[in-house]
Design a protein around this ligand. Structure first.
Ligand code: SAM
Length: 307
């Protein structure tokens, strides 16, 4: 579905308003733990994420892990035991940061001027009690592969903690003693978890009611329930012809039912051409209608068998 980043677009008819009112407003709070907070400022201050914050649907509190390192140089890394290249993130600053923050109300953070305050007391052997059950997610290429259904699942939480690794990764005891989930944004290695955290914040936020500037929200994005988990088909806007290529007749016909049927078929076709695995999943989940299957068969698709 065309998801323009128009900031102040409003639903323009009664059915749109009714659709928005059906869903209870939800808000989500992210606590992000990073060595590089400035990496977030651009992405969070533009477009859909900025609007979601303005509307009170999204809140993000950035925590600099370095502020929780207590030695003079605020050291957060160490050489790996057993040798090898690179550095590893030390457990104390990360665990202290996350436990300190999650035992306090949403939105709490250290004062901005690090040198002018004492860190709240923290005893490594007696972890403070968190204010509310909060998933503590480590961004790592070794985690579960993040996708739309994980985004939808995460959006049901009120508060989420994202821990961004750096260097060669984090001390294993951060995983074993603190982390409750591990997510990867794909089979490639980034230099740090910040870009992955931003991808997750963005994907989760756009699933929340009221974030996008139209009533159907992210319901008809690729991979979403509204499209049976399939890819979205092609989209067009003005002009009606560009370099001799015209917008498909049906889209300018004004015939609603025909447009819907065309869109469904294009979604099926695109998924067949690019992601047949999604068609197989939709079949198994029982999301394809008889018409869907007949159309696909006419395009050479063979339904997956049970064996
Ligand atoms: N040595 C680690 C390994 O092989 O698994 C990779 C470390 S990577 C250079 C540094 C940090 O970037 C990781 O700790 C993680 O937080 C983040 N990162 C890298 N690739 C990622 C991915 N695909 N998804 C999520 N986070 C990633």
């Amino acid at each position: 579905m065309a998801q323009s980043d128009v900031l102040e677009q409003r639903p323009d008819d009664e059915s749109d308003k009714a659709c928005i009112q059906e869903e209870a407003p939800r808000a989500i709070h992210f606590d992000v733990f990073t060595l590089f907070p400035p990496m977030f400022s651009g992405a969070l201050s533009e477009s859909i994420l900025a609007r979601a914050q303005k509307r009170g649907i999204l809140r993000v509190t950035l925590h600099n892990i370095r502020d929780y390192a207590t030695d003079r140089h605020h050291t957060c890394d160490g050489y790996p035991y057993g040798g090898g290249g690179g550095m590893v993130m030390r457990p104390e600053p990360v665990v202290r940061a996350v436990e300190t923050v999650l035992s306090r109300p949403q939105g709490w953070h250290l004062p901005d001027e690090r040198d002018r305050f004492d860190l709240p007391a923290w005893n490594a052997d007696e972890p403070p009690v968190p204010r509310q059950p909060t998933p503590i997610i480590l961004l790592t290429p070794q985690g579960r592969r993040f996708d739309q259904s994980i985004a939808a699942g995460l959006s049901r939480h009120g508060r989420l903690a994202l821990v961004c690794g750096r260097y060669e990764g984090v001390d294993e005891r951060i995983r074993t003693q603190l982390i409750t989930d591990e997510l990867s944004i794909g089979d490639f290695v980034l230099s740090g978890g910040e870009i992955a955290a931003l991808a997750i914040i963005d994907a989760v936020t756009r699933t929340l009611p009221g974030v996008l500037g139209h009533a159907s929200g992210a319901m008809y994005d690729s991979f979403s329930d509204g499209l049976s988990g399939l890819l979205e088909g092609p989209q067009y806007t003005r002009p009606t012809a560009f370099r001799g290529e015209a917008v498909p007749e049906v889209l300018v016909s004004g015939h609603h039912a025909n447009v819907e049927q065309w869109r469904r078929e294009q979604s099926l076709l695109r998924s067949l051409q690019r992601r047949p695995d999604l068609l197989a999943q939709a079949t198994i989940a029982g999301h394809l209608t008889l018409e869907d299957r007949q159309f696909l068969s006419s395009q050479g698709w063979q339904a997956p068998t049970d064996s």
